[in-house]
Design a binder for this molecule. Structure first.
Ligand SMILES: O=C(O)C(=O)C[C@]1(C(=O)O)C=C[C@@H](O)C=C1
Length: 277
């Protein structure tokens, strides 16, 4: 990689998406942004070395995991190179001149629709899924469909010539999304806190998962996330995704992983990465 050249980082969506904002927050304003049509396309670009890295949303504080991304990370197992939390402040956007009363539908990414579901119910707007918030904003800007607004960022309003009819329409002021940087490019300015992500399967039986968790508890290692995904060997077997605080090579984490491994049918460390402050 040429050190002087800006790093090429892929994200899902178009300019004005939250992935765009997260990529610039991670890598700085001089990053070369590579918009991709899907989360899978981001990981393919990273795997094939066409970009230096990618940025993906993993989980929302309000709407929970982005299941597609969780599964794609298990499929591609890219290098995990950093984590950040982005405060997500949604706006209701419409072509200039439209009033809130004239609207019946709101187009957006399913995660954004979920994060604003209370507000949409209150204003009798039907949620309509679109692949990305910025794509929703561009479509509403270009096609101006009758009665239709988009939910996206204020930056998307400016980019696509839309008016902001309401701002901060997410159902909680704590709305934020955890983004992961993947691939060889390590974001600059990460902090001193680290996490390690692990995926494991256990035998079906009493205490199997408790045995795994106990290995971390006994060494004072905090389990920050525990999530189950389908896709074990047989139907109704689960893959458990764990994030624990600390680096894989820290003595406590290493010892906990070793003990946990003996209680698992499989255990794979996906990687350790630092968090932005
Ligand atoms: O649609 C976007 O703008 C995205 O970047 C995707 C995404 C997501 O999938 O969670 C990212 C952050 C917000 O939570 C809403 C949507």
């Amino acid at each position: 990689m040429d050190d002087a050249a800006p790093r090429r980082i892929a994200f899902q969506g178009e300019r004005g998406a939250y992935g765009d904002e997260a990529t610039r927050a991670f890598f700085g304003p001089t990053v070369a942004l590579v918009p991709c049509p899907s989360f899978r396309a981001v990981l393919e670009a990273v795997a094939e070395g066409r970009v230096d890295g990618g940025v993906l949303p993993l989980e929302s504080a309000l709407a929970g995991p982005v299941a597609e991304v969780v599964d794609l990370l298990l499929e591609f197992t890219p290098r995990l190179s950093g984590e950040m939390r982005l405060r997500v402040r949604h706006c209701l956007l419409a072509p200039p001149g439209r009033s809130l009363a004239s609207l019946t539908r709101a187009l957006s990414h399913p995660q954004a629709l979920a994060q604003c579901s209370g507000w949409l119910r209150k204003h009798h707007l039907q949620p309509v899924p679109e692949v990305n918030t910025a794509v929703a904003a561009r479509r509403v800007g270009e096609e101006a469909p009758a009665g239709t607004a988009a939910i996206a960022s204020r930056a998307a309003a400016d980019l696509y010539g839309l008016a902001v009819l309401a701002e901060g329409i997410e159902d909680s002021p704590d709305n934020a999304t955890r983004f992961l940087a993947v691939g060889p490019a390590i974001p600059p300015h990460l902090g001193s806190r680290w996490k390690t992500s692990v995926v494991l399967t256990v035998n079906d039986g009493p205490g199997a998962l408790a045995g795994v968790l106990g290995a971390f508890a006994a060494r004072g290692v905090n389990v920050a996330r525990l999530e189950s995904r389908p896709g074990g060997v047989r139907a109704w077997d689960y893959r458990w995704c764990l994030d624990v605080d600390g680096r894989e090579d820290a003595a406590s984490v290493r010892a906990a992983l070793e003990e946990a491994r003996s209680a698992c049918t499989s255990l794979q460390v996906l990687g350790s990465y630092a968090l932005s402050d």
